[in-house]
Design a protein around this ligand. Sequence first.
Ligand code: SF4
Ligand code: SF4
Ligand code: SF4
Length: 324
Amino acid sequence: MIKISPKLVRDSIQFAMTLFCIWVGYRFYLFYQWMIGNSDIAVSKPGAVEGFLPISALLSLKQLFSKGVFDEIHPAGLTIFIAVLVMSLIVRKGFCGYLCPVGFIHNLLNKIGKKIGKTVTIKGKLEFGLLIPKYILLAFFLNSVFFKMGERELDAFIHSPYNFTAEARMMNFFTDMSVTAALIIGAILILGIFIPYFWCRFLCPYGALLGILAKISPVAIKRDPEKCISCGKCNKACPGGIEVDLKQTVNSAECIGCTQCIDACPVEDCLNVTDRLSRIKLPWYIIAAGSLVILLVYYAAARFTNHWDSPYPLEILRKYYMMM
Ligand code: SF4
Ligand code: SF4
Ligand code: SF4
């Protein structure tokens, strides 16, 4: 029987998702050019572009909780955001492990680092200290949105020209990048070669939020101490810097469910993806498959119930684009 490598599956899904995101970005660029009159070719706005606006989605989520109103400015963005939160609650950080293009970039940088043999494993107090900033950033965003922002401010922001044009501003940030931003991004990418998953592990507040939610997930990696030969191969393979060989159940907020530890383990059935409630062993691909299914179910539901495309006339958006 042909054995399918978890690493190959992960790389392929990440690659496909990154290509999809590039395509979405390109379609949005064409849409924007048409909207501002630089092109005669009419292109529809790809809703998936709103998935790059997690802060706007956080505000929309508050609106949904407080008023029961589903965001009409970036409905696809809110749909994707809710799907990713649900994903983390059910199948851990599958979004980080398989779907996020930034995770794929860090996967590639890590491969380069391993190839040149220059990766540094950050452990102990330094690791603890470096993990703090992303939680501070997350706390700042959650506090600002859920506790400091009043209903009127929330409504004003959601219906502001700034929020309407958020994707275009994001695109312009990358197409017309300042020297300072380029230097910071360059430094983060270079650090990603030497320190595995530098941005994801130490700086991304989105990943921090998903990690906290993932702790509730019933799905986790389990180690059988009876079978373990303490070879440490799982630790070396883990992009989250987790000491898998010291745990019986990996329930760390850093675990992205990539199953590289299982792939690296030389002892059959020593490491498994397990349902923590029933203790039933699950197939290793359950996190990848579950993440994709949840995303597709939310997409289909949003399409079916008209919660994907904004009902606002394009003329309003065009007016705001021209004001930018
Ligand atoms: S930590 Fe952030 S950037 Fe990294 S994969 Fe997760 S969401 Fe993407
Ligand atoms: S513990 Fe295993 S599944 Fe979790 S991040 Fe590390 S290698 Fe991936
Ligand atoms: S790779 Fe497997 S056998 Fe080796 S330490 Fe990890 S769990 Fe134990």
